[in-house]
Design a protein around this ligand. Structure first.
Ligand SMILES: [Zn+2]
Length: 333
């Protein structure tokens, strides 16, 4: 039987709740292009590390009759951190344009100056840039709808690829600003892991920082019904070990989580991998303790307790919600 959105239910004998299998893709970043992956040392090592994580996750999710594929069915990818391949319009407060000129280089070729009229929303400016970039022989990919709580308008992202699908390299003209517009900002997004991944603050929940959006937009498979887990070295200036993004009208990054390597090391104490996956399966970024729930042994509690019994318990209500979101529920469950 094919279950709900992107999942497959198996073992559907009468009276036995079916197991819902969620497709998962794990993307392990290299520290810098061409260098060793962040965990595992080499390809075989990465597989060993991730297989172990998947085993722990499946152990935890068994109580909800959910699996994330077998260890061998999980798609594991080792990837370079994306270079400067994304243009963000309106990263600063989503402000409209006041008019100006845009100059940039794609793969070393000087392009522009391109005129941008006044009173354009970030999306409208991005659409103008989209056409210019396409005319220059590249393949831009536009995403809008990222509006921070205090932004004037939604920000717009343009991921730029070459015709062969590989990521193009965006630079400024030497000694020239990217835009002469004094109000509407244009920024280049790239991922540099040597200083850690810039993590989001309270105003960017489910929106992500420019660096996070560059990572997810450049490397996501965009397959609906697949959860994607990105492994990085660490988050910049933060004690965070994991962050999640949920596909929704406000979230344009799909169902994805980012974990640092310490989170993997705490597989059976804090269950961070399973916790972040729990956010994705629940479609909820909040924690029960924010509503006064003091059960620190719950998987979804924000502060993991490594007390005996671990923070690996999921409430029945949460299990039901996960199954509703990822598959069909049998009446008997
Ligand atoms: Zn959490």
């Amino acid at each position: 039987m094919v279950g709900g959105w992107g999942s497959v239910a198996v073992g559907e004998d009468d009276g036995v709740p079916s197991i819902i299998v969620v497709r998962m893709r794990v993307i392990v970043l290299r520290g810098s292009p061409g260098r060793a992956p962040i965990v595992g040392g080499d390809e075989a090592g990465v597989w060993e590390v991730i297989r172990h994580q998947v085993e722990v996750v499946n152990q935890v999710m068994s109580q909800c009759h959910i699996r994330v594929g077998g260890p061998d069915e999980v798609d594991i990818v080792i990837a370079d951190p994306p270079g400067p391949c994304l243009l963000s319009v309106g990263e600063k407060y989503g402000l409209p344009s006041s008019g100006g000129e845009v100059r940039l280089m794609l793969d070393g070729e000087k392009l522009g100056p391109w005129n941008i009229a006044g009173d354009l929303t970030p999306e409208q400016t991005a659409r103008v840039l989209f056409r210019y970039i396409e005319d220059a022989g590249f393949k831009p990919d536009l995403t809008v709808g990222i509006r921070g709580p205090s932004d004037a308008f939604a920000r717009a992202d343009l991921l730029v690829r070459r015709v062969d699908g590989t990521l193009a390299e965006i630079e400024r003209w030497p000694h020239e600003p990217l835009t002469t517009d004094s109000m509407q900002s244009i920024d280049i997004g790239m991922v540099r892991l040597d200083d850690g991944l810039e993590s989001y603050g309270v105003n960017e929940i489910n929106i992500g920082t420019l660096e996070e959006r560059t990572l997810l937009r450049a490397l996501s498979s965009k397959e609906p019904g697949t959860v994607e887990i990105f492994i990085v070295n660490r988050f910049a200036g933060s004690h965070k070990q994991g962050e999640s993004f949920i596909a929704s009208s406000a979230g344009t990054l799909g169902d994805a989580a980012i974990l640092d390597w310490r989170a993997l090391g705490r597989a059976r104490t804090a269950y961070t991998f399973a916790h972040e996956l729990g956010h994705l399966l629940l479609g909820d970024l909040s924690h029960p303790d924010s509503r006064g729930d003091r059960r620190t042994w719950l998987l979804m509690h924000s502060r993991a307790s490594s007390a005996v019994g671990g923070p690996a318990r999921i409430t029945e209500e949460q299990c039901t919600r996960m199954r509703e979101r990822w598959g069909e529920i049998r009446a008997s469950f």
